[in-house]
Design a binder for this molecule. Structure first.
Ligand code: HT7
Ligand code: ZN
Length: 876
């Protein structure tokens, strides 16, 4: 694993004009013929060789313009093929033949087999495991694909683009041919073949073209693809209406497979999905599953324009497609559901995943400048912070200029492989705004900390805001420049209405957005008749940490009056955090845990406020997680104390609010047949939150056991099971429920995953033994990424007390598992290992154990580049 630097980028010497691939499928010995037409780029030296990438390949044939290439004219290793003495000007044809073994491909990169289906995953550098090729995103060409395979075993043979035709090929074999006219990089290539069921529909585009839609699933699961199909059609419509983007082939296909390293893949015209993000019906899918399916179907579909039609020049530009596409899928879900509730969920996710990454040893800029293993840069920083950066551009420019910038981007760069600079330039040119300082968001890692103080002067009617920004040091970046931070704000008066200042001095304010651009900056508002309460960073307009010393009374005022629902939720969270931090410290010191009654009152007021939608009230009642509290505490963390403190606060709220929760538990019952719409989901969410509090208040498993017995959908069933397992792990009610659940869903992998993950998250020191026992269960399949993530991943990421045992056994277990997974599937191993990214914030005893476990991994000589890269950065 060499380090790759952005500064070393240069275009290829040869231009790829066309690609023609023929696959003769065989489970263990698939023949791949790649016919590639190139020409030398203008001005390139005659001595320049053509260098193609490979990965674990063996060359078995090489032709130049149909003639065998003499051995002296090329060099080959499993990782590269170098051909010399190529024509000066005219195009030439290289034919490369390789044989690959899909059955033996346990990395799930390149061509592999899953449940008897042939399937590919080429992003980022998987194509080079299929054939020698210029495997980089700035090499774009139209592809013709011929697939030949056993007729009986492969009634379905799919690739990108439009279907050209297919028929019998010879005795026992059939062929299918596909042509994708849209020039694309190799990472968007896909092939799927096997015996699959299909659901079919059509979509009529804005210019009245009829597009065939097909979703392929295992036979017998067709009905479970209905929701995904509906989400796909809504996505296609939305992209036309919101971004003016129309689909561009005759057919759009999705294939669901059960072995997949990530969520899904946006291959041109042929998306491949982890079946977890396709299959749903009320019996097996929770409301969260439905929301995830909707979001990921949309995300991959939206890539057709942001990623495929306009792609990345190099992998440093990953956020160009991922950050932008996440922003687009967030906006889609916000339009389909409740915008405020969606925003709350996004910010919770950002803070619990991206903020720790940005504050730890794996921190990197949204647009990095070097990497050792690109697979390790599909991070929450590139995706979610990348989306936030796009959102800030929209905030800075306003709706019209943002739209003009997007239109210009599509118009200027369609068919190209471009950079973040090209993207930003489109917005600058469309709006006339200089985004030079703003661009630091792409280049400076670390979450900015903004510290704010305010002063109101009654006599002059002025309100003064003083702000200071600090961007923490991150690996490889010590000195940082001040950034352009757009802060949405309101000044809320006593009666709840907003103050409308007559004048503002000290910096730029556009609409309700204050532009913080200096390291230290003061804004003075004139014409403010009484002391206002400041609501800042409304809607989370900037991904920052905010230190704003506000009294509980002011926070309660915001929680009651802000017209921005997100800000109301944020205020409740800000009320909760000091209580939770205090509780953690008291628990550690063995003191009695107390809780500010005004905080509990504000929370219960929101819970009972019928003018607020149930989904919002459920969010309000869901306290910051243990990881959130750990982050706020900042260091020397004891996960057991944090858990105990939070538990005590939950009990306090439960006791004080029993009446409210009883009422909610009754009122929020959803009658009639299950529908996954946001309103019904919100009611279920609030009812199940009430169930959880009532269980704290009542101290017995009876209510949850009854809820489990009467549940008629997976949301309620899984919630009741989680309450039982997490609160009463040893109760007979829990043992029964776990057994009933398994008996009912045994054989349904996605539900069995839930059975594993529910148990993996049972808190306490007993968790590790439970996880080890579950690994002995015959249903634990070590080669299936979803199953490994549901048990080992969920334990490491989602069980703070169980994983962070004071004796370090959790870390030693993880090291052992990483070393076992790595030889099979390095990507999966590396990703699960990032669960230890915040190890330095632990109290010294745990941190020592964590370091020792990481060192054990580091000292293993046979590590993959993926794991080596992560472990070395974590220990640096
Ligand atoms: N663009 C896709 C990324 C992806 C991927 C990357 C590395 C290895 C396997 C992978 N599978 C999918 C997914 C997306 O962001 O849409
Ligand atoms: Zn994506």
């Amino acid at each position: 694993g060499q380090i790759v630097h952005l500064a070393d980028y240069r275009p290829t010497d040869f231009v790829l004009e066309r690609v023609d691939l023929t696959f003769e499928l065989d489970p263990t010995n698939t023949k791949v013929d790649a016919r590639l037409i190139f020409h030398r780029r203008e001005g390139v030296d005659l001595s320049a060789p053509l260098v193609l990438d490979g990965d674990e390949l063996t060359l078995s044939g090489l032709l130049l313009d149909q003639n065998e290439v003499p051995a002296a004219q090329y060099d080959v290793t499993p990782e590269s093929l170098t051909i010399r003495d190529l024509p000066a000007e005219s195009p030439f044809e290289i034919t490369v033949t390789t044989y690959i073994n899909p059955e033996a491909n346990s990395q799930l990169m390149g061509l592999y087999r899953t449940n008897g289906i042939y399937c590919t995953q080429c992003e980022a550098e998987g194509f080079r495991r299929i054939s020698y090729f210029p495997d980089r995103p700035d090499v774009l060409a139209p592809y013709t694909i011929t697939i030949i395979g056993d007729k009986a075993a492969n009634p379905v043979m799919l690739s990108n683009g439009n279907f050209l035709g297919g028929a019998g090929y010879d005795e026992g074999r059939a062929f299918a041919a596909w042509f994708d006219p849209h020039p694309k990089p190799s990472y968007l290539f896909a092939l799927v073949a096997g015996d699959l069921g299909v659901v079919e529909d059509t979509f009529v585009t804005m210019s009245e073209r009829e597009v065939t839609l097909k979703i392929y699933v295992e036979h017998g699961k067709e009905a479970r693809a209905a929701y995904a199909m509906d989400a796909l059609k809504r996505s296609m419509k939305w992209d036309e209406e919101r971004f003016g983007r129309e689909y561009d082939l005759d057919i759009f296909m999705i294939v669901a497979v059960s072995d997949f390293n990530m969520g899904a893949m946006e291959n041109k015209g042929l998306n491949v999905f982890n079946d977890k993000y396709v299959l749903a019906d009320p019996e097996i899918a929770t409301d969260q599953d439905y929301a995830n399916i909707e979001a990921i179907i949309a995300h991959e579909y939206f890539h057709n324009w942001t990623g495929n039609r306009i792609t990345c020049r190099d992998w440093f530009q990953l956020c160009l497609k991922e950050g932008l596409t996440v922003y687009r899928d967030h906006e889609f879900s916000a339009d389909q559901r409740s915008r405020a509730v969606k925003r709350i969920a996004e910010v919770r996710h950002l803070k619990s995943e991206q903020f720790p990454e940005d504050a730890g040893p794996l921190a990197h800029p949204v647009r990095p400048t070097k990497y050792r293993e690109i697979n390790n840069f599909y991070t929450t920083t590139v995706y979610e912070k990348g989306s936030e950066v796009t959102r800030m551009i929209a905030t800075l420019l306003g709706r019209d200029d943002f739209k003009a910038g997007m239109d210009l981007y599509f118009e200027r760069h369609d068919g190209q492989a471009v950079t973040v600079e090209d993207f930003v330039k489109s917005f600058e040119d469309a709006s006339g705004r200089d985004l030079t300082q703003f661009s630091l968001w792409y280049h400076q890692a670390g979450t900015p900390l903004v510290t704010v103080s305010s002063d109101y002067d009654q006599a002059s009617g002025t309100f003064k805001l003083s702000l200071e920004q600090m961007i923490p040091a991150t690996p490889g970046q010590t000195a940082k420049e001040p950034m352009h931070i757009p802060l949405s704000f309101a000044l809320i008066l006593d009666n709840g209405s907003p103050a409308v200042p007559t004048k503002v001095a000290g910096g730029e304010v556009t609409g309700d957005v204050l532009h913080l651009t200096e390291r230290r900056q003061s804004f003075t508002f004139t014409g403010v008749s009484s002391r206002p309460v400041l609501s800042l960073n409304r809607s989370f307009s900037a991904p920052i940490n905010l230190h704003l010393d506000q009294t509980p009374a002011d926070l309660a005022h915001i929680a009651r009056h802000d017209t921005d629902l997100f800000a109301r939720w944020q205020a409740l969270t800000d009320l909760a955090l000091p209580n939770l931090m205090h509780a953690a410290r008291d628990a550690r010191d063995g003191k009695e845990i107390t809780c500010d009654p005004s905080f509990v009152a504000a929370l219960l007021e929101a819970a009972g406020d019928e003018t607020l939608e149930p989904a919002f009230r459920a969010q309000a009642l869901t306290l910051p997680s243990e990881a959130d509290i750990a982050r706020e505490l900042g260091g020397n963390n004891d996960p057991d104390a944090i858990h105990a403190g939070r538990d005590a606060i939950l009990s306090e709220i439960a006791k004080a609010g029993t009446k409210t929760f009883l009422r909610l538990f009754e009122d929020m019952k959803v009658d009639g047949a299950f529908t996954p719409d946001a309103a019904s989901a919100g009611k279920r969410s609030l009812r199940n939150t009430a169930l959880s509090y009532l269980t704290y208040a009542e101290g017995t498993p009876a209510r949850a056991a009854a809820a489990f017995a009467s549940a008629d959908n997976m949301t309620d069933l899984a919630q009741a099971l989680a309450v039982l397992a997490h609160r009463f792990p040893d109760a007979p009610e829990t043992t029964n429920a776990l057994a009933t659940f398994l008996a009912r869903f045994d054989g349904n992998a996605l539900v069995v995953d839930k059975w594993f993950s529910t148990q993996a998250t049972i808190p306490g020191a007993g968790a590790l033994a439970r996880v080890r026992a579950l690994m002995e269960n015959p249903r634990f399949i070590a080669t299936n990424p979803n199953r490994v993530r549901s048990l080992i991943g969920t334990f490491a990421f989602g069980n703070p007390t169980g994983f962070n045992r004071a004796d370090g056994e959790g870390y030693r277990f993880l090291a052992e598992q990483i070393l076992a997974i790595d030889p099979r599937n390095p990507q999966l191993a590396a990703r699960i290992l990032t669960s230890m990214r915040s190890w330095r914030s632990l109290e010294p005893q745990r941190a020592d154990h964590a370091r020792a476990a990481l060192t054990t991994i580091e000292q293993t000589p046979t590590l993959s580049t993926d794991v080596r890269d992560i472990v070395e950065r974590m220990l640096k």
